[in-house]
Design a protein around this ligand. Structure first.
Ligand SMILES: [Zn+2]
Length: 168
């Protein structure tokens, strides 16, 4: 009986920890701009499906900046290591489509959550970047090339992902 009580208590503690973890993460995501929340949740899910337990609280905030503030942040997006925040320039062309929003955020989350640096290697075709951590060859995928998305997501979570057929 005593053992059963200990077992039940352990299960309750373990499951409440799990819930708190998820709830805390979710609460934190709700502080981000509404446009990015689902994309961030999707990134965490893609990571979880591949065995990564990511802590979104490491990203203190995501700022959407426009032309007025753009001078300070010249790139389409950046991850600022000083304030642990992501800045996205919403006047960037890529931001106008959902695939572009996802692509830009995934790159910055790669910096912030996966500690990735830029990887500017292209595939042998000389056109397609081998990673979404490529700094300058955009878009990695768009509405027309959505079939590329799954490779890039696999690759950001596993650098040993084999090159895809479409890049041969
Ligand atoms: Zn970058």
């Amino acid at each position: 009986m005593k053992n059963l009580i200990i077992l039940l208590l352990t299960i309750i503690i373990v499951s409440s920890c799990k819930n708190n973890y998820t709830e805390e993460q979710d609460e934190h995501i709700n502080n981000f701009p509404v446009e990015v929340r689902e994309i961030v949740r999707e990134f965490l899910k893609e990571g979880k499906d591949r065995g990564h337990k990511l802590n979104i609280k490491k990203i203190h905030h995501i700022y959407l900046v426009d032309k007025i503030t753009r001078a300070k942040y010249l790139e389409a997006g950046c991850y600022d290591h000083h304030d642990h925040s992501i800045y996205i320039d919403t006047t960037n062309f890529e931001w106008s489509a959902l695939s572009g929003k996802e692509m830009l955020l995934y790159h910055e989350l790669g910096h912030g959550l996966l500690h990735k640096k830029h990887d500017n290697i292209l595939f042998k075709d000389g056109l397609n970047p081998a990673s979404i951590m490529n700094c300058c060859t955009l878009p990695y995928w768009n509405e027309q090339t959505i079939y590329k998305r799954s490779y890039y997501i696999d690759q950001i979570f596993n650098e040993n992902t084999l090159p895809p057929q479409w890049a041969m």
